[in-house]
Ligand binder design. Structure first.
Ligand code: PLP
Length: 366
């Protein structure tokens, strides 16, 4: 595998922290099943519970609210499929992991042109809901970085007898977690390995037990725990507990956005008027398909995404930009640039140099 020189695709996955790799290797020594009663099993159980306490401490949640899963996709599916509340209401900009599990009868909550939840529409829909609902609104969007007003959402949802499910995949380790009833997080976005995540369930009373399996995770999630992966998750969170890098990331993001505006005055940045994560820019260059931009940047050793990365490598029209009123053509000319803790000035320089060449070719082709 070639090592990318300028990696600006952190929202897809973050590089694995050396401390996480070491913790995974160490945990592999506890290879016994944490459910076994013999000494090896007890030692594996102790390592698992130590990792749970460490994740809880670093995320600021109660250890007994954590249900480890195979990632955020499973955590979101678990909440949506095992929550006793009958109604389902999901925002129009949720990740496919939510959309795929919301059910046919779910209602969709729109966003404004900046991608922010329409609170008046939420009031209206909650008032019309015949039964209390599980409401899924993500903390920050993976394509645009737009941060949702979750305190206001939670207040309204609870007043209507419902519960809030917050997808915090892009904010865990960057922002304080919101006051939500269920929270989904993923290890590989914060320096841990892929294939591990958690549902933080503050309302366990609202969850059915898992239908099948051997009663793991207090019966809510079946399957032998991925101890090495969970140890890597805990170590990554601990290693990146200092969020000081976000100040530098915000400055670099501002420099990047000012740079692309100077290169092409007709570019558009999705959600520019909203509160956004300091690590994400979704940038449209009119007249140049995202795939063309991606390939040109890749040839220059710069890694970015077109909207959301998708498992098949296919570039699809973005439902997120569509919900914000962007037509398919505009969404199809948009790339996502995302920054992380190792991003430096030279990465922004390289991106801007390559982007400038793309914009110049556009001008000469016109
Ligand atoms: N939710 C958001 C906002 C994401 O960005 C992702 C990953 O791309 C997921 C959910 C799914 O996470 P995982 O890869 O852990 O299943």
């Amino acid at each position: 595998m070639t090592t990318p020189t300028t990696y600006l695709d952190w929202n897809a996955t973050a590089p694995t922290e050396p401390a996480a790799i070491a913790a995974m290797a160490d945990a592999a020594a506890h290879w016994a099943n944490p459910s076994s009663v013999h000494a090896g099993g007890r030692s594996a159980r102790a390592a698992l519970e130590a990792a749970r306490r460490s994740v809880a401490g670093n995320l600021g949640v109660a250890a007994d609210s954590i249900i480890f899963t195979s990632g955020a996709t499973e955590a979101l599916a678990l909440a949506l499929n095992q929550c006793r509340l009958k109604g389902r209401l999901v925002s129009a900009v949720e990740h496919d992991a939510v959309r795929a599990n919301a059910g046919e009868r779910s209602r969709v909550l729109g966003v404004d042109d900046d991608g922010v939840i329409d609170l008046a529409a939420l009031d209206l829909i909650l008032g019309e809901c015949p039964e209390p609902a599980l409401v899924a609104v993500m903390h920050a969007n993976n394509e645009t970085g737009v941060v949702q007003p979750l305190a206001a959402v939670a207040e309204r949802v609870r007043a209507a007898g419902g519960a809030l499910l917050a997808d915090c995949v892009q904010t865990a380790g960057k922002l304080d977690l919101p006051d939500a009833d269920f929270i989904a997080v993923s290890a590989h976005k914060l320096g841990g390995p892929p294939g591990v995540g958690a549902l933080i369930a503050r309302r366990l009373d609202l969850l059915h037990a898992a239908r099948e399996g051997g009663g793991h995770e207090r019966g809510y999630r079946a399957g032998t725990e991925n101890l090495a992966g969970i140890a890597g998750f805990a170590a990554a969170l601990a290693a990146r507990a200092d969020r000081g890098w976000l100040v530098q990331a915000a400055r670099l993001r501002d420099r990047l956005e000012a740079g692309v505006r100077a290169i092409a005055s007709d570019i558009a940045i999705a959600g520019a008027g909203a509160d956004r994560l300091p690590t994400t820019s979704a940038i449209r260059l009119p007249g140049v398909p995202a795939a063309t931009q991606l390939i040109a940047l890749d040839l220059d050793g710069v890694c970015v995404s077109a909207g959301a990365a998708c498992s098949s490598g296919r570039v699809r029209a973005s439902h997120v930009l569509g919900a914000m009123g962007w037509n398919e053509a505009a969404a199809g000319e948009t790339i996502r640039v995302s920054l992380g803790w190792t991003t430096g000035e030279d990465d922004i320089d390289r991106f801007l140099a390559s982007y400038g060449r793309i914009a110049r070719r556009r001008r000469s082709a016109a």
